[in-house]
Design a protein around this ligand. Structure first.
Ligand code: SPV
Ligand code: MN
Length: 627
């Protein structure tokens, strides 16, 4: 090792932490660490290994630094992000590209050299007076062919505490690298803090250096912007998986029990943020494996998936005893939970929007002391908790976590579900004709109304293919092609479905109850196992009334009226055709490498819809398809 590096690293780290670094015998890692210790210039460096004592040190640090505060229940803490940093910052998140690299106009990027210069300038001396944490994690289960070791450098103990809950330990995984540089790197600083708020929040930057597999995040606090191993590393994994012939998806993984609980069929599901993804994955009585990110591989002719994470960073709004008893219990029992951007009430308990209890009248939240009618620094009304307030919890704290979560060989997928927030077009559940039809007409056409999970206006309909557009680090057409090709050589490709939990009737009211998703899941389970017939429509297969009526009774103990079925499953042809036109236009004008088969498949769907419209009119009840 270079003597100069050795001297200053030993000085910053102390003997013990320095030894933890050199024991990994990885020169690339060593120089990466040395570079950022020198640049950020912290007073001290702490290195986290897989020893639980190290995690404990960081947990305590988060409290000591005031990044987290304790709550009444044992193990519960609360963290606040700055008022203006309450969601993923799409505008300031950029890929750093060489002049010859092109991703397409829908993906925000900037010149690599300029971006690196800017971020290094911003990182310069940023940790003066503070401690740097260097932490090793593993994306995916330990000892697995799916997994990727990752190192996080940060000055936020909250970030590392969150990562401890969300990711498997990785120090031993780094030893297995035997000096190779096949690991992801993340560098984060919340910048100068005043009352634990990033002073420079208006200079937030999240830069993705895909070439060197490094992500940077500066002057940021919201975990979606800071936790390098989550959506930031996901962007790196999309690129790497594209090169290696596997997939990185914005997907949950869950097991659904078949009739009489005799079998379990595994599904993955892709939904944009805040569209019911986590709520689906943790439905009571079923088995959760993951709620956010999955790696998928063809292993010996079977499509398999692993959860990249081992915890959940979930939206807390609407979680109530009534609607989500499993997670509600996990969040109210003592145990390790970080609550973020909820309200701490005077008795020291966390309170969030629509938690099924009477709204609080006072407390502390992300705006400071809160009282009804409070206005924020932007003169907007401050709700008692933020809409994008979250909880971070280990999956093993959930009663219905499937032990297969740690299976290094992954879980065989029976079905894949795509969904979005769509008030007027898509039906509650539809099965595609086949793999290509599903990928091209259901996954590649997702549009969703924007939510509080990202900064900016809510309720705007946006194109979001595979619910993954925000994270694509490869051209959109290439990504679609990868999805089409992943089943090459797969003996039984998963079935593909599309769901919509947000369809509204003419009076503007939702047509479905919040729990109806459980019925759609059970129907999909029957379809994958060839236990239910279906009606063929121009857009795919829809359920027969009798099967749903039976499932509503069994699953929810509810009578399902034929009129409800007719209204929910009426094919809205003008809206369907308008959607095809919108999507076609996007692919035509914004995506330079859209595959020909995409246009062909969309056009064929439009032709079927037009023919159906001539025969049956604009709005077609399921009976027209043989019900
Ligand atoms: C999402 O918004 O999709 C999340 C949370 O899962 S974040 O970490 O912000 O991406
Ligand atoms: Mn997500």
């Amino acid at each position: 090792m270079d003597q100069r590096y050795k001297d200053f690293l030993t000085k910053k780290c102390g003997e013990e932490n320095y030894k933890k670094i050199v024991d990994l015998e990885n020169p690339k890692l060593y120089y990466f660490i040395a570079k950022y210790v020198e640049l950020c210039d912290p007073d001290r460096v702490f290195v986290r290994t897989d020893d639980p004592k190290d995690a404990e040190y960081l947990r305590k640090k988060a409290i000591e630094l005031g990044e987290e505060k304790t709550l009444a229940a044992k193990g519960h803490t609360i963290h606040f992000d700055g008022y203006f940093d309450q969601g993923r910052d799409k505008a300031n998140t950029r890929y750093l590209l060489r002049p010859d690299e092109v991703l397409g106009s829908d993906i925000t990027s900037m010149d690599r050299e300029k971006g690196l210069a800017e971020i290094h300038e911003r990182l310069s001396n940023i940790m003066a007076g503070r401690e740097m944490y260097i932490c090793f994690f593993c994306l995916g289960p330990n000892n697995s062919p799916f997994s990727i070791p990752a190192v996080q450098i940060t000055d936020s103990a909250y970030v590392t505490h969150s990562e401890d809950i969300l990711y498997r330990p990785g120090y031993e995984e780094f030893k297995k690298l035997k000096g190779s540089d096949r690991f992801f790197r993340a560098v984060h600083s919340s910048g100068k803090l005043t009352n634990n708020v990033s002073e420079d929040h208006h200079n937030r930057r999240v830069f993705i250096n895909i070439l060197d597999e490094i992500v940077y995040s500066v002057n940021t606090q919201y975990a979606g912007n800071t936790v390098g191993l989550k959506k930031l590393a996901m962007r790196l994994a999309i690129k790497r998986s594209s090169e290696e012939g596997w997939l990185t998806e914005h997907m949950f993984i869950m097991g659904v029990h078949g009739p009489d609980n005799k079998r379990v069929t595994y599904f993955t599901g892709s939904f944009p943020s805040a569209c019911g993804k986590t709520a689906t994955a943790m439905l009571g009585g079923e088995k959760i494996i993951g709620d956010d990110i999955a790696y998928l591989r063809n292993i010996n002719g079977t499509l398999k998936a692993v959860n990249v994470e081992r915890g959940i960073f979930g939206i807390i709004q609407d979680v109530s005893q009534e609607n989500d008893p499993t997670i509600f219990k996990a969040l109210t029992d003592p145990g390790e939970v970080i609550f973020s951007n909820v309200l701490k009430d005077p008795s020291g308990n966390p309170r969030w929007l629509s938690d099924g209890r009477q709204d609080p009248r006072e407390g502390i939240n992300y705006s400071g002391d809160w009282f009804p009618g409070k206005k924020g620094p932007d003169q907007k009304d401050v709700p008692f908790a933020h809409k994008n307030a979250r909880y971070t919890i280990s999956l093993k704290n959930m009663d219905n976590c499937d032990p297969k979560i740690e299976d290094p060989n992954g879980i065989e997928i029976g079905g894949i579900i795509y969904g979005g927030r769509d008030s007027d077009t898509s039906l509650p559940v539809v099965e595609s004709f086949d793999w290509n039809h599903g990928i091209l007409t259901q996954a590649a056409t997702i549009e969703s109304e924007t939510t509080a999970a990202t900064l900016g206006k809510e309720g705007v309909r946006e194109f979001n293919l595979m619910a993954n557009l925000d994270f694509l680090s490869i051209p959109v057409g290439r990504y679609i092609q990868n999805n089409l090709e992943i089943i090459d050589g797969v003996k039984t490709p998963p079935r593909i479905f599309h769901v919509n939990y947000f369809l509204r009737g003419q009076d503007g009211k939702y047509l479905n109850g919040i729990k109806d998703k459980h019925v759609w899941l059970k129907w999909m389970e029957l379809r994958v196992n060839m236990n239910a017939e279906a009606l063929k429509t121009p857009i795919g297969f829809i359920p027969e009334y009798k099967d749903l009526a039976e499932l509503f009774k069994k699953v929810l103990g509810k009578e399902y009226k034929k009129e409800s079925y007719d209204e929910q499953f009426t094919l809205r042809i003008p809206e369907q055709i308008a959607k095809i036109s919108r999507i076609r236009e996007i692919y035509h004008t914004k995506v330079f490498d859209a595959p020909h088969i995409l246009f062909k498949t969309l056009d064929a769907q439009k032709t079927r819809l037009t023919k159906c419209r001539k025969e049956h009119g604009d709005y077609v009840k399921p009976s027209a398809f043989g019900a």
